[in-house]
Design a protein around this ligand. Structure first.
Ligand SMILES: Nc1nc2c(c(=O)[nH]1)N[C@H]1C(S)=C(S)[C@@H](COP(=O)(O)O)O[C@H]1N2
Ligand SMILES: [Mo]
Length: 439
């Protein structure tokens, strides 16, 4: 055999039993099972495959049977904790509401929204060849390494929430094309990096600049190197906002491969697509960016309300900017059961409102007839989600729904149901969880 030696399963079990378990079982095994194949033989491999291997004598030493081999991307996904996979090519996965209970969403519970493939250098964690180009309407075009970013600019950290523009899409009728997100395409992480404004400052933005274009290194699904899966941008004022970051850490770690290693923009409070992963170029522009998924119906909403199913002409569509006010109940989890003799329950969750802050959160257990105000924390900083809590007592046995309704600082409330739009964006309907008290 010539070329690269295959790293076989038995060898992998010897060196890295946890990773080997991920390869075989698709997740990290329970500790009692961890690495149980270590030193195991052909019979065990056959048992895992569910069949014996008649031609095993022909198998190269250490070969991983194809039935057990997984792509690097799916191995990455298996490091995630309890996410619901909506699509595996490209990988799209959301977080069940009850796993969003933490004030800061851990990396292994952060939703994934990819339009293309994860670049191989990111999977390998190798930022050696990476640079960021800043060009276009600037006086001094820049080419920065990771070290340049770290040493030439002030490093800042903020808690910033990121929500996919299509979060809640599954609730639209007629169905809108795209990933059928329920409520879990949202997370709130601590992002560390440099201010977008500082980098633009170093590049010297010209008076003609009005918009940015973000470019990333993720390969197109087709494999065609001339195609780009997604390239969006923001108005210059949003890039210059002091919380907009060119980030290189997520919750104190290098940004994981799935989330844009080594560097992404974070333009919080806007559709997640404004936060370009695997960023390698910022083009400062004299006009609105025209990259893939900037036009047509992508991340655009009708300029006026439309009837469900209506065709909307492209010239009547507007680019989504701030995401709307929204809340999520993270505890109790839906379909919980409460004992009849202890019908009090602590209810918790988070709320956010794009460019605005959340002024109040109210809960209802009687389908919106009456409301109970929750205790609401201030945000850690602008664009962080806000945590709320309240203890609720259910009056009797029966079926209940808890509804949560956030109100932003301008008085805008979450609606019960939201107007239809062609691609199913911006669904900020109230969150509902069900509870039962058996007799
Ligand atoms: N390069 C690149 N950046 C991207 C995307 C992508 O597919 N490629 N997806 C965008 C979308 S639509 C969203 S919602 C967020 C999701 O970020 P996350 O996967 O870290 O949660 O990344 C954005 N940035
Ligand atoms: Mo998104």
């Amino acid at each position: 055999m010539t070329g690269k030696k295959e790293r076989g399963l038995f060898e992998l079990y010897q060196q890295d039993p946890e990773r080997a378990d991920r390869v075989v079982f698709g997740r990290v095994a329970h500790s009692d099972r961890r690495g149980f194949l270590k030193g195991a033989g052909l019979a065990t491999m056959g048992a895992v495959l569910g069949a014996s291997i008649p031609f095993h004598r022909n198998m190269p030493v250490g070969l991983i049977p194809e039935a057990l081999a997984q792509s690097d991307e799916s191995v990455l996904f298996e490091t995630k904790d309890g996410l619901t996979l909506l699509n595996d090519r490209p990988i799209n996965a959301e977080t069940p509401a009850h796993l969003l209970d933490d004030a800061i969403t851990p990396n292994d519970r952060f939703f994934i929204r990819n339009n293309g493939l994860v670049p191989q250098f990111a999977i390998d964690g190798d930022a050696g060849g990476w640079t960021l180009t800043v060009d276009g309407e600037v006086n001094n075009p820049l080419e920065l390494t990771l070290d340049d970013l770290r040493s030439n600019f002030e490093t800042v950290s903020y808690e910033l929430q990121l929500e996919c523009g299509g979060n809640g899409r599954s609730a639209f009728n007629p169905p809108a094309r795209g990933n059928q997100w329920t409520v879990g395409a949202i997370g709130n992480a601590v992002w560390t990096g440099v201010r977008y404004a500082d980098v633009l400052g170093a590049a010297g933005v010209k008076d003609t600049a009005v918009y940015t274009g973000h470019f990333g290194l993720d390969p197109h699904l087709s494999g065609d190197p001339t195609k780009t899966p997604i390239s969006r941008g923001v108005p210059l004022w949003k890039a210059m906002e002091p919380h907009s970051l060119i980030a290189f850490e997520m919750n104190g770690e290098p940004i994981p491969a799935l989330h844009g290693f080594p560097v992404r923009t974070v333009c919080a409070g806007w559709p997640g697509s404004a936060s370009q992963k695997w960023l390698n170029r910022i083009q400062v522009r004299a006009d609105v960016h025209d990259g893939p998924k900037m036009g047509g119906q992508s991340y655009r909403m009708p300029a006026f309300p439309v009837a469900p199913g209506d065709e909307v002409a492209h010239e009547d569509m507007r680019i989504m900017e701030s995401m709307p006010v929204k809340s999520i109940i993270t505890s109790p989890r839906s379909e919980s059961v409460l004992p009849l003799d202890n019908r009090s329950i602590g209810v918790r969750g988070h709320a956010w409102a794009g460019e605005r802050s959340v002024a109040r959160v109210d809960l209802s257990i009687d389908f919106g007839a009456t409301w109970i105000r929750a205790d609401l924390d201030p945000p850690a900083n602008k664009y962080a989600w806000q945590t709320w809590r309240q203890v609720i007592r259910l009056p009797s046995q029966g079926y209940y729904e808890i509804w949560s309704r956030a109100t932003d600082e301008a008085g805008t409330q979450q609606p019960f149901t939201v107007g239809w739009n062609p691609r199913g964006y911006g669904n900020n309907a109230m969150h509902r969880v069900s509870l039962r008290v058996p007799s």
